[in-house]
Design a protein around this ligand. Structure first.
Ligand SMILES: *Cc1c(COP(=O)(O)O)cnc(C)c1O
Length: 456
């Protein structure tokens, strides 16, 4: 026990220059807490495991790493070199400069979130985005909520609780992250009325479902992340909509990514567009703000004024409302579409539209700067629940190293961490998803990681 007396006191540690530096950086209460935890832990180790009393320098190291561990943010920016544009694990859509600027302007001080400047009275938070959405799509009314999963939950809860909702078996999808259309329907209290088979559904199947008493809604859900190929058939949205309308029943189209531009212009398949869905007769459409729209996380609902008004009145609408940061970023993003600047200013679309020769030139600059690696043809994907199975040809930097997994580890330890991909034993970096302003850091990180591997 006498050994424990050689353990420095809190006061003694407080007098060291290191601790004084930490007090300045992390504040006194947190620093004191780190010291106490470190000392307690050391006493315990000594008493139970007979561990020797550490030197003061070892103690200080322990205190320092506690402080940096406790204050490190695990949510941090990374460089996405995977070539997956809407990478759900990496935060989906990067925001445009104007969206970032809007967030900054609106949130540093107060704003007109629910204030009518003209009248000096209470205003509505929804007006900031609704007019823009209506102008862009021709929809009668709009509502923005927290995300698309909650948009669908609100629609079903407000319009179909304890009633039947018709959906094709081929659309009972799981989007990922545990989001399953049938579960959302159950949660809303709506009754699922499945029609057709996994691969084929006919208009007659929908017609037959209408024999049931309590049908109040048709739902179509986009198969965002898989394809059904082979012996398949499905009526068009307008055929289903006509049938629903002839019985006075509205149809809701969950579009998932909700593109406002045509992906087919860029050699991809055609992702269903918001405007098309409305034109085909969908009474409500819903989609995410952070997929192909390229904005913040949001759920956007468009369609008939009467239905949207019902949604707005439902208590759930208050629980899932969008916040001011989201509304600021979304308005700024929508404005880029209105001004026809989306292809150059919305990062997701700039990435989709980036021509092959430009990707080649960027990869070439990387090879020259690094003095190693080669450029090979590769494939970027849109990801994030759009265009499953579709790829965009790219030109990627490929590195052959002895221990690829160790290099990938090192790259993830860099600040900012670099996320690359392994392809046939090569480590590959796709310029398509690396923002131009990130290139310098990417090259710096690569040199650091390669050097680190070479030094034993
Ligand atoms: C992605 C997706 C959702 C969920 O949207 P979130 O904005 O992630 O909540 C719902 N339905 C479909 C068809 C989707 O693709």
């Amino acid at each position: 026990m006498s050994d424990l007396r050689s353990l420095p006191s809190v006061d003694k540690l407080l007098k060291t220059p290191k601790v004084n530096k930490w007090i300045a950086a992390f504040g006194r209460p947190l620093t004191l807490q780190a010291i106490r935890v470190e000392l307690d832990e050391t006493r315990r180790e000594h008493t139970i495991n007979r561990s020797p009393i550490p030197t003061i320098d070892t103690l200080l190291d322990g205190i320092g790493s506690r402080l940096s561990g406790w204050t490190a943010s695990s949510l941090q920016a990374v460089i996405n070199a995977t070539g997956v544009i809407l990478h759900t694990n990496l935060g989906r859509a990067p925001l445009s400069h104007s969206a970032l600027q809007a967030i900054q302007e609106v949130s540093a001080g107060y704003c007109t979130l629910e204030y009518d400047l003209g009248r000096g009275t209470r205003g509505s938070r929804s007006m900031h985005t609704e007019d823009l959405l209506k102008r862009l799509t021709g929809a009668e009314a709009a509502l923005v909520v927290n995300n698309n999963a909650s948009a669908l939950l609100l629609i079903l809860s407000a319009l179909a609780r304890r009633r039947g909702v018709v959906i094709a078996r081929s659309q009972l999808v799981e989007i990922g992250g545990g989001f399953r259309v049938p579960d959302v329907m159950k949660q809303s209290g709506a009754r699922l009325v499945e029609v057709g088979t996994t691969n084929r559904v006919h208009l007659a199947d929908y017609q037959q479902a209408l024999q049931e008493e309590s049908i109040v809604l048709f739902l179509r859900a986009h198969r965002s992340n898989f394809q059904i190929i082979g012996f398949t058939s499905e009526p068009s949205l307008s055929e289903i909509a006509n049938l629903a309308h002839s019985s006075g029943i509205p149809i809701v189209d969950d579009l998932g990514s909700g593109s406002l531009l045509d992906t087919a212009r860029f050699g991809l398949g055609h992702e269903p567009m918001v405007q098309e869905s409305l034109a085909a007769g969908a009474d409500l459409v819903c989609f995410s703000g952070d997929k192909l729209l390229g904005g913040p996380q949001a759920g956007i609902i468009l369609g008939h004024a009467g239905l949207v008004a019902k949604l707005k009145k439902h208590p759930l609408a208050r629980a899932i409302r969008a916040d001011k940061l989201c509304l600021a970023a979304l308005s700024a993003t929508l404005l880029l579409y209105i001004k026809d600047e989306a292809l150059s200013a919305v990062p997701v679309w700039r990435m989709i539209a980036e021509p092959l020769d430009q990707l080649q030139a960027r990869a070439q600059r990387w090879v020259e700067n690094l003095g190693l690696g080669e450029i090979i043809p590769g494939q970027s994907t849109v990801g994030g629940g759009s265009l499953p199975g579709e790829t965009l040809p790219s030109r990627i930097l490929a590195l052959r190293v002895d221990s690829p997994n160790r290099l990938l580890d090192r790259l993830r330890q860099f600040t900012p961490p670099i996320i690359a991909r392994l392809q046939d034993d090569l480590i590959v970096f796709d310029p398509r998803t690396v923002l131009p302003e990130e290139e310098e850091q990417l090259l710096l990180g690569l040199k650091f990681a390669i050097n680190d591997l070479e030094t034993p």
